[in-house]
Design a protein around this ligand. Structure first.
Ligand SMILES: Cc1cc2nc3c(=O)[nH]c(=O)nc-3n(C[C@H](O)[C@H](O)[C@H](O)COP(=O)(O)OP(=O)(O)OC[C@H]3O[C@@H](n4cnc5c(N)ncnc54)[C@H](O)[C@@H]3O)c2cc1C
Length: 433
């Protein structure tokens, strides 16, 4: 029989993204059994996904097997599975093959693309959330040039060489800049019949500024830089319909065969299974200690959580540093309670340390806002590189990214310019959750 003194609490963490991994790491050496379960076997560094979509980096550069990352943390068990529901009363989480009981549950399943009720658009306009998305975008972009090279009809060739990015947030701005660079700098010499520099890249944004979450002057600067590169920026413009080969922007039907969705995100479906209050983006409204109201043993963190900062009252943004800080906070709370045999009544509220935001615009341009200071151009781009390189989980990956970036910076080459899958299949459907 187990002595109650020997009983080790079970901490179940679902989701091995920024939030989940930082929570697991914060629980190193904690006298508890920590179980991390993710539907994928790897951690993905999402901020560099667009570099995979635009053929600069390979998938392995920005991802790392979770099991390997946590191999030295002896109190951790890793599992592969997709959470389908939680029984809050009986304290177990349901996966297709197992039921996992918990004393503490940490939900960190992130966000997914959102098409504002037009889910049928997903296969016409892939979003950029997963490695599969990035590879599909890369495939479509490279295929578009291949097809245009042998297209005799002028109108149809123009449509193949028209790229529309929907949504002017950081992902849209980064994608639009990178697509224009591919067309204007990377591949012109590779083709004989087409002039790739004439490819149109159109960035469509519904509001009156790019980079909506950042100060207006940064959005204006991003717009200026993109326009100088040849990107057509359309503000106050809404995509009203998508059909194969046609994007409707307001009353205009624009022939365009390549559409990329960067317009909306919604929290992972896990939130909807909890029977608790959600915000309009599907995020779980958590209490100041990041738990579900009435369930102090169930934490929700990262992009899945809606929380207002206890000091500023503003909602904490869905960015990697916030997710990491939430994971660290929860690890500290749980560790303290287990180690000191404390109850859940002594918790201090979570506070977000805003370390700034940034977005790249091209090969050596970016905008950044750090502690109230704005940075532009090459310096901001250097900052962006450093910020994104340092957290890359493993050393091998960091080195390979440095080589790929430095290589492509000086040579304008794109290292991973492979069309994978069957080129005859124009539109591959991806799972969107
Ligand atoms: C293209 C792109 C660019 C970005 N750029 C930046 C940037 O420059 N700077 C920045 O700070 N932030 C950026 N972000 C946002 C940042 O990546 C997120 O805020 C951060 O990843 C959130 O971390 P998370 O742990 O909550 O979720 P995620 O990192 O998304 O991790 C969620 C994990 O949960 C798993 N999961 C999901 N559902 C289930 C389920 N049902 N069962 C089991 N496992 C599940 C997933 O497989 C995944 O591993 C970017 C995001 C994207 C998509």
């Amino acid at each position: 029989m187990t002595n109650s003194k020997d009983y080790q609490k079970n901490i179940l963490i679902v989701g091995g993204g920024f939030a989940g991994i930082s929570c697991v790491k914060g629980l190193a050496d904690c006298p508890a059994t920590v179980t991390l379960i993710d539907q994928r076997n790897y951690h993905l560094f999402q901020p560099l996904l667009y570099q995979v979509a635009t053929a600069v980096l390979s998938p392995a550069d920005i991802s790392s097997p979770i099991r390997h990352m946590l191999r030295n943390q002896k109190n951790v068990r890793v599992g592969l599975g997709r959470l389908t529901g939680v029984n809050l009363q009986q304290k177990f989480a349901q996966f297709p093959k197992i039921k996992a009981h918990y004393d503490y549950l940490v939900l960190a399943t992130g966000a997914r693309d959102f098409y504002f009720g037009n889910e049928e658009w997903a296969h016409l306009a892939p979003g950029l959330k997963t490695i599969d998305d990035a590879l599909e975008i890369r495939r479509r972009v490279l295929l578009a040039y291949e097809e245009a090279e042998w297209e005799a009809d002028e109108e149809s060739r123009r449509a193949k060489l028209t790229f529309v990015v929907v949504g002017g947030g950081p992902t849209g701005v980064e994608m639009a800049g990178a697509l224009k660079e591919i067309a204007a700098q990377t591949i012109p010499k590779d083709f004989r019949h087409i002039d790739t520099t004439t490819a149109r890249v159109i960035l469509v944004e519904g509001s009156d500024q790019l980079l909506g979450g950042m100060p207006k002057k940064l959005g204006d600067r991003a717009r200026k830089d993109l326009e100088a590169m040849g990107v057509e920026v359309r503000l106050n413009s809404l995509v009203t319909d998508l059909k194969s080969g046609i994007v409707s922007i307001g009353a205009e039907d624009l022939p365009a065969e390549n559409i990329i969705w960067a317009a909306g995100v919604k929290a992972s479906l896990v939130g909807e299974t909890l029977n608790t209050a959600l915000d309009p983006a599907g995020r779980v409204r958590v209490t100041p200690d990041l738990t579900i109201p009435g369930h102090p043993d169930v934490f929700v963190i990262g992009d899945l959580a809606y929380v207002e900062d206890s000091q500023t009252g503003k909602s904490v943004p869905g960015v990697a540093p916030a997710a990491i800080q939430m994971g660290q906070y929860v690890a500290k709370v749980i560790r303290q309670e287990i180690e000191n045999h404390e109850s859940a009544t002594n918790r201090t509220a979570y506070t977000y340390q805003d370390k700034g935001t940034m977005a790249t615009i091209g090969r050596n341009k970016a905008v950044a806002e750090i502690r109230g200071h704005s940075f532009y151009g090459f310096f901001a781009w250097l900052l962006w590189c450093i910020v994104h390189l340092i957290p890359l989980v493993d050393y091998r990956s960091r080195l390979s990214v440095i080589f790929s970036w430095v290589g492509s910076y000086f040579s304008f080459a794109k290292n991973a310019r492979l069309i994978t899958g069957n080129p005859e299949v124009k539109v591959k459907k991806l799972r969107r959750d």
